[in-house]
Ligand binder design. Structure first.
Ligand code: HEC
Length: 235
């Protein structure tokens, strides 16, 4: 734009004269551009509804969030593939190491490599304790800070630390946890033999044969059985 000479305008207000100072071209074009932008924006989001509005975006974000943090089913098995374990190890280094020790040997938090657990030694206990934490004892609740896939990975990594015997372990805390498979296999063997006996006595298998299920011990009535095995249910 050619430079316009400042020129004084004709009119005068109570003797005050003013210059005609035109706006700089770049400023004027920018201004016009914002107006065009505003109309396009309005058309895009509010007239034609092409783009998602704030409320739609909010719902989408919340759905994503809920998916990432929804309840983890209790009967999950730990992940075992290398990629997940490696990622779990990284997550551990970043978030858990300061309290549980670089090799899980314990520090502020308990030892992850021994057979003693305060809050249970099953995989689902790892997941639950990690999610909910034990705030009064200094264990953080990670539920809202870590999406589920990360929780599953880091807890799966914890499972690999067992029996690794790192140097300077923290003294055991909690109760001795016996390997689940061994324990369960034993229990269910006992249980099946008890069940067969009980079923033979009461003919209960017939009444349940539609479902094809072996009747639950509890449904047989505790009188038929030694009650010793009844409370060992680990599910
Ligand atoms: C600020 C310190 C701190 C951090 C960080 C921390 N923990 Fe803990 N954690 C603890 C303490 C303290 C306990 C023991 C709680 C108790 O005594 O009941 C614990 C207990 C646990 C337990 C249960 C142990 C048992 O014996 O039952 C698990 C599992 C666990 N933490 C997992 C994790 C994971 C996974 C992370 C990282 C994502 C993590 N913790 C980060 C302090 C921490």
């Amino acid at each position: 734009m050619a430079k316009i000479e400042d020129r004084i305008l004709e009119h005068s207000y109570d003797g005050i004269r003013e210059y005609d100072n035109p706006l700089p071209g770049w400023w004027l074009y920018l201004f016009i551009l914002t107006i065009i932008w505003a109309f396009s924006y309005m058309y895009y989001y509010h007239v034609a509804n092409i783009g998602p509005g704030q409320d739609v975006e909010y719902t989408q974000e919340m759905a994503k969030f809920q998916l990432a943090f929804e309840d983890i089913p209790a009967d999950l098995a730990p992940l075992t593939d290398d990629a997940s374990i490696n990622e779990g190890s990284e997550i551990f280094k970043k978030n858990c190491l300061i309290c549980h020790g670089p090799e899980g040997q314990g520090g502020v938090g308990p030892n992850m490599t021994d057979e003693y657990w305060i809050h249970g030694g099953r995989y689902e206990d790892m997941v639950r304790t990690t999610q909910n934490g034990v705030p009064e004892k200094g264990m953080i609740s990670w539920k809202m800070m870590m999406p589920n896939d990360q929780i599953l990975k880091v807890t799966s990594f914890l499972m690999t630390l067992r029996g690794t015997n790192p140097p300077n372990p923290k003294a055991p805390q909690g109760e001795l946890y016996v390997e689940q498979e061994a324990e369960e296999a034993e229990v269910s063997e006992e249980r099946i033999s008890e069940e067969t006996k009980a079923a033979a006595a009461t003919d209960i298998i017939d009444t349940n044969s539609e479902t094809g299920d072996i009747p639950a011990v509890d449904s047989l009535g505790a009188d038929n059985l030694g009650t010793d095995n009844l409370d060992t249910d680990n599910k």
